[in-house]
Write a new protein. Structure first.
Length: 330
């Protein structure tokens, strides 16, 4: 039996909240994939839409991890996230006549944290192929200005810069862990960093969002110091002590350590093909929402699987995430 309370990776999240927020984020991504904001220039509207898609996609990836979803499918979620940030930077640059506009303003803590998380995910999900694209976006503005940014990229990219300065003092212990003379010193720095990580994020909008999981707020998608996990993996540390911290994503480290890049793909299980709302449709045809007594819908290969419009517990019809089962070819 699939027990959500057992499967979840942080105790704050509930199944009801996960279903609501994942449906909301998926709907928002779909909305801003098909529509533009009402006001602004064409470039400005396209930039805003791309930024909203990118932020919502990254939040959805982290939410799925927090809820205990399988990790391997998250590897493919990084591609559209980065593509949307690239589109945002392109149109924002055109709007302000600055062709090298960075999607992440590293001097701003919220942007910095998001950038470090994205770089860390590239390592932990074995998507180092995406790191040159991140560097291409950020380097024109921030190359040789931040130690952690340079050090993380240096594990995969040649020609990075040795620099002794950083934008945010709260990351000092994380940075120091790279330069420990022994594993014990590096682990001590990471333990200190993880111990103060949440408090250091008090100015970011999602801080304390677990205290209000209502639909009016909906900012909690998990608290994760992903950059610390990436360094523990890259430094090949025995991270037993780090696993005591609730913000340490130990399952991502386990995935990174056990992943085999060229391992054969497992044989698909016998039985019906199923995909979730928000995932990519693998085959054009009529798809049926499991557990809902509603007609099937036609979805084309490559499109995003939709919500199902069905009654909720109160009897009101509303969009809801669903597991879709392939019914027949179109």
């Amino acid at each position: 039996m699939d027990d959500f309370a057992t499967r979840r990776r942080q105790r704050f999240i509930s199944e009801q909240y996960f279903k609501w927020l994942s449906g909301f984020l998926t709907g928002s991504i779909d909305t801003w994939s098909k529509n533009l904001p009402a006001n602004g220039t064409e470039d400005s509207k396209r930039a805003i839409a791309a930024s909203l898609r990118a932020d919502n996609r990254l939040a959805l990836l982290l939410l799925r991890y927090t809820a205990g979803e399988p990790i391997a499918p998250l590897r493919d979620e990084l591609d559209p996230i980065l593509a949307d940030y690239e589109e945002y930077a392109r149109f924002q640059g055109r709007e302000f006549e600055s062709p090298n506009w960075p999607p992440f303003l590293l001097g701003e803590l919220k942007d910095y944290e998001r950038a470090m998380q994205l770089i860390g995910l590239c390592y932990l999900l074995h998507r180092r192929d995406l790191l040159p694209r991140i560097a291409a976006l950020e380097d024109p503005s921030y190359r040789a200005q931040d130690t952690l940014y340079e050090d993380l990229l240096a594990y995969s990219l040649e020609g990075r810069v040795d620099v002794d300065s950083w934008f945010h003092e709260s990351y000092r212990d994380c940075i120091n862990s790279v330069y420990g003379d022994t594993d014990e010193e590096s682990l001590a720095d990471l333990n200190t960093y993880l111990g103060q990580w949440y408090a250091s994020m008090s100015s970011v909008d999602w801080h304390d969002s677990h205290l209000d999981l209502s639909e009016e707020r909906g900012l909690y998608f998990g608290y994760w110091a992903i950059e610390a996990a990436a360094l523990a993996y890259l430094l090949e540390l025995d991270d037993s002590s780090l696993r005591e911290h609730i913000v340490y994503p130990k399952d991502l480290v386990d995935f990174a350590r056990s992943f085999k890049e060229n391992a054969p793909r497992p044989t698909p299980p016998a039985g019906p093909v199923t995909v979730r709302t928000g995932q990519t449709c693998p085959e054009t045809g009529v798809w049926k929402a499991q557990g809902h007594n509603v007609p099937g819908v036609l979805v084309k290969q490559g499109d995003t699987m939709p919500d199902v419009f069905a009654p909720d517990r109160s009897g009101a019809h509303r969009p809801q995430p669903a597991v879709w089962e392939f019914e027949r070819k179109a």
